[in-house]
Design a protein around this ligand. Structure first.
Ligand code: ZN
Length: 458
């Protein structure tokens, strides 16, 4: 099976040029001007961009949060990924207290393997930092799970204290993994939530007041200090505010290997959404910020102080799940869907508006996530020998984001009615077309588990 993609403009994180791509046995076999070899399929990509398949390194595709299960499973969520141009996901496998990391990994593989439409790997999300769990880290690296996460905003009974944060960083770093941290100060959040409740301020419009940017900045700063002490790299997930971005920039200016990720919702939605009658739909943690933060985040994305845009896809229905928090936001599950919209939103709000270059766009949604999480150069670029994962992207196509075109099972779209420019036209995984103009033909179970390499810097 050979495929020839002709006449497109190839855009990687570093180059923009016109060339044809010959795909053989699922890999890029040749890139050159006017390749005239016989192929079983010829795709004309004239007037379109040929990008490496996007890599989404922050997803919760079939997960439990705040006692509720996401409405998606690996089939619906990875179909949405494929339609949106994402050909590899790295999902958070969540350790339930008492379970081993090995059991957790097997459980997540069992959920993904029969259903995944795109390729997938896993981070391991620890629920507890103790000797038993930490001792399992080297075996996880052998199994291709090379990144580990803790969240500092947990409830009082699952608080991860300072000593545990330092130990986590040291043990992950010593094993050759990458430590990922959700940095918000849980103890302060709990106090603010309690105070707001005492004052009767439980409506969604008060969400920003329980998790103000300072709470994120303080935890970000603490994590950076501990990573410096442990002399290890660290990756900050879902960074949302100018305050936290400033801490990352200061560390990077000192030469510290600190990496940060933001999400599409922090780039295009703002905290005024919580004023809407169904404002609880937008309950994410950290919360949406006033719109001026967006300009700071875009600048950090352009200058290289924030490195990745991950979706943080967590799909909970409004009816029957999110709406439990209509009167008291703390009763609602946290998280927003966005796996399908991610690359279109970054293109439209970033490249189309001139905030970032097309190459930087590819870097943020594909190349850097692939490098940080041990997938490069198999994923994240188009080079001879890479997997033939591609998005043939039409920068001139118009699309209106809506629940009606969403393939996730979730019953709302946070970007409903947004008219944007640019859309994936054809999405290819290891040489096979898996989605065309939003219609998915990739099969559940065709996605493969990708064992990832150890963190090697970027
Ligand atoms: Zn998340």
């Amino acid at each position: 099976m050979t495929t020839l993609i002709k006449n497109g403009t190839i855009i990687t994180a570093t180059d923009t040029y016109k060339a044809d791509i010959l795909v053989k046995n699922g890999q890029v076999s040749e890139i050159g001007r006017e390749i005239s070899k016989i192929a079983s399929e010829i795709i004309d990509a004239a007037d379109k961009w040929v990008l490496p398949g996007a890599v989404d390194v922050h997803t919760h595709l079939d997960a439990l949060c705040d006692g509720m299960t996401t409405v998606d499973d690996f089939e619906t969520s990875t179909a949405a990924a494929a339609a949106g141009g994402t050909t590899t996901v790295v999902d958070y496998a969540q350790q339930t207290p008492g379970a081993s990391l090995a059991q957790t990994l097997e459980g997540w593989k069992a959920k993904a393997s029969p259903r995944a439409v795109v390729d997938y790997g896993f981070h391991m999300e620890l629920s507890e930092v103790n000797d038993t769990t930490l001792a399992e880290i080297p075996a996880m690296l052998e199994a291709g799970v090379t990144s580990f996460k803790i969240s500092l905003d947990g409830p009082a009974d699952r608080r991860i204290g300072d000593a545990a944060v330092l130990e986590f960083l040291q043990r992950v770093g010593a094993a050759g993994g990458l430590a990922c941290i959700h940095a918000e100060n849980g103890e302060v959040i709990n106090l603010l939530v309690r105070r707001l409740a005492q004052e009767g301020k439980t409506l969604p419009r008060y969400i920003p007041m329980c998790r103000p940017p300072e709470v994120e900045a303080e935890a970000t700063s603490r994590v950076i200090t501990f990573a410096e002490l442990a002399r290890v790299p660290v990756y900050l997930t879902n960074l949302s505010s100018a305050h936290a971005a400033e801490k990352v920039k200061a560390a990077r200016d000192r030469g510290q290997p600190v990496f940060a990720e933001t999400c599409p919702h922090y780039l295009v939605l703002a905290s005024d959404r919580y004023e809407e009658s169904e404002g609880i739909k937008y309950y994410s943690t950290p919360p949406l910020r006033p719109s001026w933060h967006q300009e700071v985040l875009w600048k950090a994305l352009a200058t290289g102080d924030v490195h990745v845009v991950g979706s943080d896809h967590a799909a909970f229905n409004y009816a029957g799940q999110k709406d439990a928090g209509k009167e008291n936001f703390s009763q609602a599950p946290r998280g927003l869907p966005g796996i399908q919209e991610r690359i279109s939103l970054v293109y439209w709000a970033g490249v189309h508006t001139g905030k970032i270059s097309p190459n930087r766009f590819v870097d943020l949604v594909s190349a850097t996530p692939a490098k940080l999480f041990g997938l490069f150069p198999r994923k994240g670029t188009l080079a001879v020998g890479s997997d033939a994962d591609m998005v043939i992207f039409d920068p001139k196509a118009d699309q209106t984001l809506s629940k009606s075109i969403g393939l996730s099972r979730v019953d709302y779209c946070p970007y409903e009615g947004m008219k944007i420019r640019g859309a994936p036209w054809l999405v290819i995984q290891r040489g096979r077309s898996i989605s065309r103009e939003g219609k998915v033909m990739g099969k559940p179970g065709a996605g493969e588990y990708v064992a990832r390499s150890r963190f090697a810097g970027i």
